[in-house]
Design a protein around this ligand. Structure first.
Ligand SMILES: Cc1cc2nc3c(=O)[nH]c(=O)nc-3n(C[C@H](O)[C@H](O)[C@H](O)COP(=O)(O)OP(=O)(O)OC[C@H]3O[C@@H](n4cnc5c(N)ncnc54)[C@H](O)[C@@H]3O)c2cc1C
Length: 422
């Protein structure tokens, strides 16, 4: 009889795929892994803007199938809509979604790994459908592409975030509070869009205003980096608006903020609140918003058979794929050791930090490596050709290896990023 433990992974984008692949290689045949997702491909979100600015459909190069990688590992894949989790019965309810009309099914687990990301709550922003733009998926990326290449009249552009509502729970490790979910992308877009405007003779950085609900944009970049970045952006001509509290509504000519002010903008590029999915809200293993409570080993303190990785985990702040990656390394090691009856004493807890490669247009990029926001001393900002090459290289490596970045992948990127000068 098969005595392997049943590991059920919910979600198969960055965190779900990487976790499943790492667990397969580390558990040495001791886990029967099943993955559920509503779609059977990865959407490589961070590179959508690069494709859009090159007038390419992001779907052509950024959606790639993961099934062959799972199949090779012997991991089962179920395509369906996850609808409920019953942590006491150790059961997950889902509806297969290949065809309409399927009946709800359930799967039981010994271990549950939650990697379902978040809902990006554009639907909570009045006027977004009529007047908003964003880059968070292929559909929205293509809308921006069409607007920029066919309709843009040369007016002002606003780029920024709505207020993020971070969850609270007395059981969470101590982490700082963020007012925006992920402000690397707005900063990145400010640079790459200014480059696009110049390339297409439509203006420059002075057309763009970046805004934030917080006292300072990209606060998780830490003070040292911000003291370099913000004066540089001002010198380049960007407008900057802080402490908006949040977005009240979008209208044709601009944005109205919750602090009572407004901003004129022909294009309004928005990053919304990252909100937990409805089926996560009110769960006994979640915080007051619906993010999964974990310790620094990505395990829930009340339901030790439940782990979370990526944006769905409460301690993933900011909501950054590179943080999720570090969490997958830790959670897969902890679970693999446990399945093999080995000690976890040597496993190091999560040491959160921002590691980020951003596009600046014209084949240049920026690199940030910092843990200052969490009280650490690392703070590195570099700009030049190397960060762009590393960003593109990471995508190729991720796609080729099906999310299974080798152990040296991240340290090597950090080494190159920290020490490169162009
Ligand atoms: C424009 C943009 C640029 C970004 N750039 C960067 C960057 O440069 N670097 C970086 O580190 N991070 C970046 N991020 C953040 C990064 O994309 C996220 O942190 C990352 O996608 C989180 O991965 P995840 O697997 O946790 O969640 P997701 O990528 O959201 O994946 C969740 C998965 O769960 C599935 N799922 C959800 N609900 C259900 C359900 N009910 N039933 C079935 N399946 C379900 C989804 O289909 C999806 O496959 C960027 C984000 C945006 C929007």
């Amino acid at each position: 009889m098969n005595k392997n433990k049943r590991v059920l992974v919910l979600g198969c984008n960055f965190a779900g795929l990487t976790f499943s692949r790492y667990l397969h290689s580390r558990a040495k045949g001791k886990a029967d892994i099943t993955v559920i997702d509503r779609k059977n491909y990865i959407n490589f979100i961070p590179n959508i803007p690069i494709e859009v600015f090159n007038n390419h459909n992001p779907a052509d190069t950024l959606e790639f199938s993961f099934q062959k990688h799972l199949r090779r590992d012997g991991t089962s894949f179920v395509q369906g809509e996850i609808e409920a989790i019953d942590p006491d019965q150790k059961k997950v309810y889902f509806t297969p979604n290949e065809r309409k009309g399927a009946a709800q099914e359930s799967l039981e687990y010994d271990y549950l790994v939650i990697a379902v990301g978040c809902k990006l709550a554009f639907d909570k922003i009045e006027g977004f459908a009529e007047y908003g733009h964003t880059f968070s998926d292929t559909f929205y990326g293509n809308e921006v592409r069409d607007y920029l290449f066919n309709q843009y009249k040369g007016g002002p552009i606003a780029i920024g975030s709505d207020r993020f509502i971070q969850g609270k729970s007395p059981k969470l490790p101590n982490i700082p509070t963020a007012f925006a979910a992920c402000e690397g992308p707005p900063v990145e877009l400010a640079f790459s869009l200014a480059d696009w405007l110049e390339e297409h003779d439509k203006g420059d950085a002075s057309k763009i205003t970046v805004f934030t609900p917080a006292e300072v944009i990209a606060e998780d970049a830490g003070e040292t980096i911000l003291n370099q970045l913000l004066p540089m952006m001002t010198e380049m001509g960007y407008g900057y608006k802080k402490a908006t509290i949040g977005i009240k509504r979008l209208y044709k000519e601009g944005i109205e903020f919750k602090d009572g002010t407004s901003l004129e903008a022909e294009m309004k590029i928005i990053f919304p609140n990252w909100e937990p999915h409805d089926f996560m809200k009110g769960q006994p293993f979640a915080d007051d918003q619906g993010f999964v409570v974990t310790d620094l080993y990505m395990r829930n303190p009340d339901y030790p058979e439940i782990f979370a990785v990526g944006d769905a985990a409460a301690i993933t702040v900011p909501k950054l794929g590179s943080l999720g990656h570090m969490e997958c390394e830790i959670a897969s090691e902890v679970l693999a050791n446990e399945l093999q009856g080995q000690s976890n004493e040597h496993v190091k807890p999560l040491h959160p930090m921002v590691v980020c490669f951003g596009d600046m247009g014209s084949h240049k990029g920026f690199y940030m490596h910092t843990d200052e926001w969490w009280g650490g001393k690392t703070s590195i900002l570099k700009m030049g050709y190397t960060p762009y090459i590393l960003k593109m290289g990471f995508k190729t490596m991720y796609q080729t290896l099906g999310g299974k970045i080798p152990g040296w992948g991240m340290p090597m990127s950090e080494l190159l990023g920290d020490h490169s000068i162009i």
